[in-house]
Write a protein that binds this ligand. Structure first.
Ligand SMILES: C[S@@+](CC[C@H](N)C(=O)[O-])C[C@H]1O[C@@H](n2cnc3c(N)ncnc32)[C@H](O)[C@@H]1O
Ligand code: SF4
Length: 381
């Protein structure tokens, strides 16, 4: 098999800015959106006209921001630019939507070849949406899901946020989602996390709005309730009906090559060996425009030393339910693999980690304390 990679396209524009959101996203005038899409196309051409000969593209993911907020012809134009370099027919092609998207766009996306929708529903409960100051209501999500069912769209995912308060009831949340079980094939569930830069942090002065043990309980409830509906967990925050795991999402946690285009987009290439290279595009749209105008890639490279590579490897690999291949682990990290063996033996005894068929993975109990597990495994470095 030849080399493969996955492509992320960042569309930073939103109708309004949510008070908990730390992503690079904002409202912008039409001219800026137009210029951005042109620059994205140029960035794609700059990258793929030289560096990617012999590579196979495995997926495209339009994320944001709110990709569904900009005119759909822009998405078609970007797909066309990528298609000049790679065949797109057979691959997973996802777009993130906000629930108040105009309905006609669903068929427009399908006609341009998009085959997976990811809806930022956040909740099926009015009080949660009001608290999050979302610009959509539960009715928007429900009528969008009905439209998706009507046009027979093949694959839809829904994002849910939890942990807004200690009183939250996950059973009710997931019971509402369960009514759309036929349409929703995949669920991403995230605990609300407030970075210092966002307005809700200013209001509450806390990173998490529920107590730590309560956050753990809500998460356990989430895993159980989604499981009852047939959504099996395959990664810390991701659940899918059988066969609907996102190929694109999995690439981030599997030491696969992924390339991000657009402002703030992150990339990883698994060479030079052994640790690969990571970079992130600039966050500023003006710096981005300037770099592209000068035919430069707007990248900031990370320095990856052994310790950082080791941490990244464990953190991403252990997020997946299938875990880390011990053979790949040893091939990549050699003697350092042995250094961490002792700690992982202890964690296996404590039933936080398990080894099965040469794969190392976290147990349900371990999943709640993944950060501490990583700390312990990397302490001898
Ligand atoms: C960056 S958003 C883009 C999708 C779309 N604009 C939306 O908000 O519906 C992707 C997902 O990240 C999650 N998210 C955003 N901010 C978050 C936060 N502070 N804590 C937890 N999850 C968050 C939401 O579930 C959201 O659907
Ligand atoms: S719509 Fe999504 S990306 Fe935009 S501000 Fe809200 S959470 Fe962030």
């Amino acid at each position: 098999m030849g080399n493969t990679f996955y492509l992320y396209v960042h569309i930073p524009f939103c109708q309004s800015k949510c008070p908990y959101c730390d992503f690079v996203s904002f409202r912008a005038p039409h001219e800026q959106i137009d210029r951005y899409i042109n620059s994205l196309q140029q960035e794609i051409q700059l990258i793929f006209s030289k560096d990617f000969k012999g590579y196979d593209l495995q997926s495209i993911y339009f994320g944001g921001g709110t990709p569904s907020w900009i005119p759909e012809r822009y998405i078609a134009e970007i797909l066309k630019t990528v298609k000049d370099f790679f065949p797109l027919d057979q691959i997973e092609k996802t777009i993130e939507l906000n629930p108040n998207v105009e309905k006609y766009k669903i068929t427009a996306y399908r006609d341009m070849g998009i085959n997976r929708l990811s809806i930022g529903a956040q909740s099926f409960k009015k009080d949660k949406l009001t608290f999050l100051e979302r610009d959509h209501g539960v009715n928007d999500t429900m009528s969008l899901l009905r439209e998706i069912e009507r046009v027979n769209f093949p694959n839809t995912s829904v994002d849910i946020i939890f942990g807004l308060s200690d009183e939250e009831n996950i059973e009710e949340e997931i019971a509402n989602l369960g009514k759309y079980h036929n349409v929703v094939k995949h669920v991403s569930a995230y605990e609300l996390t407030l970075e210092k830069s966002v307005p809700l942090f200013e209001r509450y002065q806390k990173k998490y709005l529920c107590k730590e043990e309560r956050g753990g309980e809500l998460y356990a409830d989430m895993i159980r309730e989604l499981g009852k509906l047939g959504y099996e967990q395959y990664e810390i925050s991701n659940f899918a009906q059988k066969g609907y795991e996102s190929k694109h999402n999995l690439s981030y946690w599997s030491w696969e090559n992924y390339v991000g285009v657009g402002i703030s987009a992150a990339s990883f290439m698994n060479f030079p060996r052994p640790y690969g290279s990571r970079w992130k595009n600039v966050n500023s749209i003006n710096e981005y425009f300037q770099a592209i105008e000068e035919n430069r890639l707007p990248r900031i490279y990370e320095t990856i030393d052994r310790r950082k590579a080791f941490e990244d490897y464990l953190l991403t690999g252990l997020r997946k339910n299938s875990g880390i291949s011990l053979v790949h682990f040893e091939n990549t990290f050699g003697e350092h693999y042995k250094a961490c063996l002792q700690s992982y033996d202890i964690l296996v005894k404590e039933q936080l980690l398990e080894v099965n068929n040469d794969f190392l993975y976290v147990t349900n109990a371990g999943r709640m304390v993944l950060d501490s597990i990583i700390e312990m495994l990397t302490k001898d470095f």
